[in-house]
Design a protein around this ligand. Structure first.
Ligand code: HEC
Ligand code: HEC
Length: 187
């Protein structure tokens, strides 16, 4: 009887400790995308925004968030196709579906950093971290998500620095990060 209880308790632990599926994107291999869209910032993963958002971004490259990012017609057309073909409402990747699920019908965020999933995934961070000199901008994903352009892996364990800050995190880790896991599982 006791043995049975022990087994039940142990298997419960196994379930609780099961690895949470990290949010992964396929690293961008397309050389043109990497060089043209990775010149001023990392080349963002197309799966984070729907077609409508990318159409707008590619339609306004001459005035791209205050910069001139315009391209010749041929390059523009091939990069545009790349982004549209891998958009969150086209790609069947799990991560793409997750970003799409958080949008209401027809919603087309202007930025990745204003997309509901981005906002939700970072809402526990103190607003101060965005102005940390190492970060400077929410759009600077790689400042916190180490090597993310190469790995496509946004899992927290990949980060070199603890951005959630001191005390709360220590308390969380005492409880095995359950709140955190719940948030991830309930994606
Ligand atoms: C000349 C420099 C430059 C080039 C080239 C460039 N961008 Fe940008 N991009 C910027 C700047 C500046 C911002 C604003 C960054 C910020 O808010 O910190 C930006 C922001 C963005 C954002 C929004 C980031 C966020 O806040 O979510 C997206 C998406 C984006 N760029 C996509 C692209 C794509 C796709 C290409 C290639 C066609 C490209 N960019 C090429 C300068 C550039
Ligand atoms: C100031 C550091 C910082 C910056 C900059 C940042 N993030 Fe994050 N991000 C975090 C932290 C910390 C978490 C973990 C939060 C949590 O799960 O409680 C996170 C979580 C995520 C997750 C969820 C990962 C998972 O497995 O659930 C995604 C996806 C993500 N970030 C994407 C981005 C993208 C895309 C950018 C850039 C446009 C970005 N982040 C910029 C700190 C940052």
């Amino acid at each position: 009887m006791i043995m049975k209880k022990i087994i039940v308790v142990m298997s419960l632990f196994v379930v609780l400790a099961a690895p949470v599926q990290a949010e992964r994107f396929p690293p961008i291999k397309n050389a043109e995308v990497k060089s043209e869209c990775g010149e001023c910032h990392m080349a963002y993963f197309p799966q984070m925004l729907p077609r409508k958002s990318w159409q707008r971004i590619f339609g306004e490259l001459g005035d791209h968030f205050g910069e001139d990012a315009s391209l010749d017609d041929k390059t523009l057309s091939s990069l545009r196709i790349y982004y549209l073909n891998n958009a969150s409402d086209v790609s069947d990747l799990r991560a793409a579906r997750k970003w799409q699920e958080d949008l209401s019908v027809g919603e087309a965020p202007e930025r990745i950093t204003t997309a509901p999933r981005f906002v939700r995934k970072h809402d526990e961070l103190s607003p101060r971290v965005w102005s940390d000199p190492e970060v400077n901008s929410k759009a600077n994903c790689g400042a916190c998500h180490t090597n993310v352009a190469k790995t496509g892996d946004f899992d927290e364990d990949r980060m070199e620095k603890n951005w959630e800050g001191g005390f709360v995190d220590k308390v969380k880790s005492l409880f095995g990060g359950r709140e955190h896991d719940k948030k991830h599982r309930g994606q």
